[in-house]
Design a protein around this ligand. Structure first.
Ligand code: BGC
Length: 765
């Protein structure tokens, strides 16, 4: 009897073991089939680190998926973010050890390199650190379009142009994924403002959506295969993107051919069955109530089991790719190669810094330098929020210049350093930071005219650093952020006046998170270097450029307008909205006495006329155009060629370094297209780009470009198709969109149409 029951229980155990297959790359359908509805409903709902007593990730980890040891399914560990691995922030004293990681150059700087190799190397460095810190997926790249210069997260993103954004994002993704870590192309889609970020409705016409706001993702998915795409918080034309079957299935999967997983941004809680049906596979920042909602909707028939199975399959496909699955039993080193990556940051930063003005002052030879501006001593390496990185140190400009043989004015150094540490101490003591607002920007110190005069006497040159930082959950504001502040202007004017009068030069360094107003003051200094938020090696990298050790080869990935109100749709952005609380949701701003316009909804009235598309077409003057950037050398273009070869456009141009120092040249290929059936098209659009290697004086390089004919198309919303018009095109070479260095005609003999799904039509308002 005893033997019989033992036999029976053995049989039962074998049967139940057989019913619980261990996950492998080849048996995902079998595992999905074996899992109960509850298990699958748990699998697709993740959780933040520290929840449910399960914390395999380090403090600060973005989130994890549910583990199922019985099926051999570990948690997938997801970490922020776009400019380096973000773990427990260094300002949270007493909340456990801080694990330092590298602060890489921010997205804008990476894009300003116009160089896929740079993006790939940055991605590779971040991928390596993700793995060494125990992560599987880095929640990056952020790639929303720079619709407006005031978006608080612009520094994480790449460009006002979808081709530059999409291609740089793809290169970043390829770099990360080569290391064995995964990525998350975010935030899909039309998430170009932070005010009311959880509930704001981005309203636009279909042509605008197709040509700009999903176009970057489309290009990115053509050139890379991100393991995940993150669905944004906002609504698009009246529907949460996370609930939009049109967006996540008809466009993302069917039109763009995306095969990976769709993860929700970190408030996965919308209408859960709708989200699943729309195409979300993984709910992050997940909540237990979502699992219950899934089960209840299965029960009442409002969710089909196929939708849940699809999502579970996608999660398991992600699991089998992850390092946590591949390296089960191994513990991460927790030792990123900080030294190697610091060197990488330093070498990459010069590639994306943009020289906006130089009357011959730069490069500087070692001399006595009067360094003004608090950010000369307290450089801003990166922004805040999900992209904040706790890095081991930040290289400062004063120290870096000293290393390079300069002698900074000791009085200024003492004054500014003291001021910077006072602010740091004040911020730490009064907890004036939080994860969303992040580290507050340091107000500029008022420096008396007599101090400037005193500094001039013992200096050969002046350098002024002006800083701007921003981050998640808040947009920048016009008055306090885009415009120069009164004390900054006074400082600039006084320093320029005093130094000019003495025949000495003044250099301005912009340590900024996005475009700022420059037109009213750029005549004052002799040189201006836009260094962006350059990462932890920023001081060294700026010094490398100022001294000519590195010839800057960055070109602007966005336009710097003369006046904020010159941009199209300037009024259709909360340009002076300051929320009271970080991350505050303004879903019903009316209840708080606020105007719902630009908060509850934002009308993208400018349509496709964002950035240079607007300025070029309308012939409006700008401070610095898209693609602008000077060099310490000069370049000549010759032998341009372009032809249609079947379904491809093939072009080339020879670039020669005609100056006296080595340098790199970024080249944009812009196309002016005939109207075809359209009543309007932008004057010129970027259709390809590339960059030379380091050309020695006299050296030439042929740059070749090849892209699908389809890329010349505009989107006909009435017929849901891309249309390439027949007729005469002109092709322009040169990074600066306003000043082609070489141009050629191109004739397309036959019109072509490329139909897509009808999707995401705007609601009638
Ligand atoms: C941000 C995402 C980020 C996520 C996880 C969200 O608030 O919008 O960019 O990846 O949090 O931290």
């Amino acid at each position: 009897m005893k033997t019989k029951s033992l036999l029976l229980s053995c049989l039962f155990l074998t049967a139940s073991l057989a019913a619980q297959p261990k996950l492998s790359e080849n048996n995902i359908p079998e595992v999905v089939k074996a899992m109960s509805a509850r298990e699958k409903a748990l699998l697709v709902v993740g959780f933040n680190n520290g929840c449910e007593g399960y914390t395999p990730g380090l403090p600060g980890t973005g989130g994890l998926t549910h583990p199922f040891p019985q099926y051999g399914i570990p948690s997938v560990v997801m970490m922020d973010g776009p400019v380096g691995v973000r773990l427990e922030a260094d300002w949270n004293d007493g909340r456990g050890p801080v694990h330092f990681t590298t602060s890489f150059p921010t997205g804008l700087l990476t894009a300003a390199s116009w160089d896929r190799d740079v993006a790939e190397k940055v991605g590779e460095g971040i991928g390596e650190e993700t793995l060494s810190m125990g992560g599987d997926v880095i929640l990056a790249p952020g790639m929303n379009l720079l619709r407006n210069p005031l978006n608080g997260r612009n520094f994480e993103y790449f460009s006002e142009d979808p081709l530059l954004s999409g291609s740089i994002a793809a290169a970043f993704i390829n770099g990360v994924q080569r290391t064995g870590a995964g990525t998350s192309a975010k935030h899909f889609a039309a998430n170009s403002q932070e005010s009311n970020r959880l509930d704001g409705d981005s309203r636009m016409d279909t042509r605008t959506l197709r040509e700009l706001y999903v176009r970057g993702f489309e290009i990115c998915l053509r050139e890379s295969e991100p393991w995940t795409v993150m669905a944004s918080y906002n609504l698009l034309n009246g529907l949460y993107t996370q609930e939009s079957h049109d967006l996540l299935t008809r466009i993302l999967r069917e039109d763009f051919g995306y095969k990976g997983l769709v993860v929700t941004d970190w408030t996965g809680k919308r209408n859960t069955p709708l989200q699943l049906h729309a195409g979300c596979d993984l709910f992050m920042g997940g909540m237990a109530v979502q699992t219950e909602h899934i089960l209840a909707s299965l029960e009442d028939g409002s969710l089909s089991p196929e939708d849940l199975d699809r999502a579970a399959t996608k999660v398991l496909e992600l699991v089998v790719k992850s390092a946590s699955f591949r390296n089960q039993g191994l513990t991460p080193t927790l030792q990123p190669d900080l030294q190697a990556h610091a060197a990488l940051v330093r070498s990459m930063a010069g590639e994306g810094m943009v020289l906006l003005k130089n009357d011959g002052t730069l490069p500087l030879s070692p001399s006595r330098v009067a360094l003004f501006g608090v950010h000369s001593y307290s450089l801003i390496p990166g922004g805040n929020g999900a992209a904040y990185v706790s890095c081991p140190y930040v290289s400062q400009l004063d120290a870096a210049l000293q290393e390079a043989g300069f002698v900074p004015d000791p009085t200024l150094e003492q004054l500014y350093r003291g001021y910077a540490s006072f602010i740091e101490a004040d911020v730490a003591f009064n907890h004036k930071v939080n994860v969303h607002v992040g580290k507050a920007q340091k107000e500029e110190l008022e420096i008396t005219r007599s101090l400037i005069e005193q500094a001039e006497k013992s200096a050969d040159v002046a350098v002024i650093t002006l800083g701007r930082t921003s981050g998640e959950a808040r947009d920048r504001v016009l008055d306090k952020d885009f415009l120069l502040q009164e004390n900054e202007r006074t400082l600039l004017e006084n320093v320029c006046e005093v130094f000019r009068a003495a025949g000495k030069k003044v250099v301005v360094v912009l340590n900024i998170c996005g475009a700022v107003e420059t037109a009213s003051w750029n005549h004052l200094p002799d040189a201006i270097l836009c260094a962006w938020l350059p990462g932890q090696e920023g001081g060294h990298a700026i010094a490398d450029v100022l001294t000519g050790k590195v010839n800057p080869s960055g070109r602007l990935p966005m336009t710097f307008p003369v006046d904020y109100f010159d941009i199209a749709g300037a009024e259709d952005f909360p340009y002076n909205f300051i929320s009271n609380k970080a991350n505050e949701s303004a879903v019903h701003p009316e209840r708080r006495g606020l105007d719902p316009k630009n908060l509850t909804y934002t009308d993208y009235t400018e349509g496709i006329y964002v950035g240079y598309r607007h300025f070029l077409t309308r012939g409006k003057e700008v401070a610095y155009p898209f693609g602008f950037g000077l060099s310490y050398t000069s370049f000549a273009y010759s032998r341009p060629s372009v032809k249609q070869q079947g379904g491809q456009i093939v072009a080339s141009v020879t670039v020669t370094n005609t100056g006296s120092v080595a340098g790199k040249e970024a080249v944009g290929l812009y196309v002016h297209a005939p109207l075809g059936h359209f009543s309007d098209k932008p004057e010129r659009e970027l259709r390809a780009f590339g960059k030379t290697g380091l050309l020695q004086p006299g050296e030439s390089q042929v740059l070749t470009f090849s892209f699908p004919l389809k890329d010349l198309a505009s989107f006909n919303a009435a017929l849901s198709r891309w249309e390439v018009a027949k007729g005469k095109y002109s092709v322009h070479f040169g990074a600066d969109c306003t000043r082609p260095a070489a141009s050629l005609p191109l004739t397309i003999g036959r019109a072509r149409n490329y139909p897509v799904n009808r999707a995401c039509e705007p609601e009638k308002h």
